[in-house]
Design a protein around this ligand. Structure first.
Ligand SMILES: *Cc1c(COP(=O)(O)O)cnc(C)c1O
Length: 352
């Protein structure tokens, strides 16, 4: 079976973990600090603050940006659940704006329609590894004095021009879950150029402490371990190579599937899509999934429902989220990860 995702783990990661275990210093320490520095460099930001997972990174990025009770944060319903629940954790209200059917990313003109006097921030999600329309979103944020928190959990190394995901907003959150473009087991990180946000996020992840037992406010234990950071350092050094493989795999599928009449994932001009997922639209999805499975090809449906269709978030539903609802019925993600061989790619094409 060709899996939809597979973590790329080898001797580098094993050695890195062994080194930390033998040092006896397992919790947040030198490795986390080194990982933060390298990841900030990678994104082209001044600061990075590592956390236990991507959801925690979103949660404290929102809080560190000053989002609080009574605020509204505009985001896309076509995402993973924590894009919206992290807004609820910060005691604010998620307001859903519909997506651009071509890119599956939040549509800037839909954001404009949702702005009220309570709106404090926009959370664009760089879905599937392609940045949202950040120039348009930055223009809206500037006009209305809104913060931007990027959900970059799927977009390690994605770019618009020369600028990387994680460097567009006031802050951004990444995830290092095993299915993401790089992993630390569980892990997350916040990137920002803003000293104040970085400082607040560092305190929020460590019980609100300014220094030991000096509690400035109520915080969390959202720390990353040195074990996870050591894996992350090994992974980060190989990420660029993996991203190129993902892009090459996508080009191969674009062409071969194109010959079978399948439209490839749309890539906006000047954007670097890093293919966290290679997502197409199909009719009769259940039959297609079954046929591909017969051909030994695993697939994924991201996402089977937009967030406002889940009971826990139904109170945030509005009638104008049609493109998200339509996408949820049609999307199908195919394997594109860097572990695929030429034979695997041909097997995917043949299965069609
Ligand atoms: C994975 C993901 C998250 C959550 O990250 P975790 O590390 O699983 O907590 C949030 N948003 C999006 C879009 C994701 O893909």
């Amino acid at each position: 079976m060709i899996n939809i995702a597979t973590p790329m783990l080898g001797d580098d990661e094993i050695e890195a973990v062994k080194e930390v275990l033998l040092s006896g210093m397992l919790a947040q320490g030198k490795k986390v600090a080194e990982f933060e520095e390298k990841f900030a460099d990678f994104c082209g930001t001044k600061h990075a603050v590592a956390t236990g997972n991507g959801t925690q990174a979103l949660h404290i990025a929102l809080m560190a940006s000053g989002i609080e009770h009574g605020d509204e944060v505009i985001t896309s319903p076509f995402s993973f659940v924590s894009s919206a629940t992290s807004i609820l954790f910060s005691h604010a209200r998620p307001v859903f704006a519909d997506i651009d059917p071509k890119t599956f990313n939040i549509e800037p003109s839909e954001i404009r329609k949702k702005i009220t006097d309570k709106t404090k921030a926009i959370m664009p999600i760089h879905i599937f590894g392609q940045c949202a329309d950040m120039p348009a979103i930055q223009e809206i944020a500037n006009e209305h004095n809104l913060k931007i928190i990027e959900d970059a959990c799927q977009a390690h190394g994605a770019e618009i021009g020369e600028k990387r995901a994680g460097s567009f907003g006031d802050s951004a959150a990444f995830s290092f879950y095993p299915t993401k473009n790089m992993t630390t087991g569980e892990g997350g990180i916040i990137t920002t150029d803003n000293e104040e946000i970085a400082d607040k996020a560092r305190k929020l992840r460590n019980h609100g402490q300014a220094s030991r037992y000096d509690y400035e406010f109520i915080g969390f234990n959202f720390r990353m371990t040195d074990i996870a950071a050591a894996i992350g350092l090994a992974q980060l050094s190989k990420l660029e190579d993996w991203t190129c493989k993902r892009i090459n795999n996508a080009r191969y599928l674009d062409e071969a599937l194109g010959e079978k009449g399948i439209s490839p994932p749309f890539v906006s001009s000047g954007y670097r899509h890093v293919y966290h997922q290679y997502t197409i639209r199909v009719k009769g999805r259940e039959q297609v999934i079954a046929k591909l499975k017969e051909g030994g090809v695993g697939t994924g449906v991201y996402y089977p429902k937009p967030l406002h269709k889940f009971d826990i978030l139904a109170e945030f539903a509005t009638p104008d989220l049609q493109e998200s609802e339509k996408a949820a019925m049609e999307v199908l993600s195919l394997p594109v990860h860097p572990g695929l061989s030429k034979e695997d790619l041909d097997a995917i094409v043949d299965a069609f």
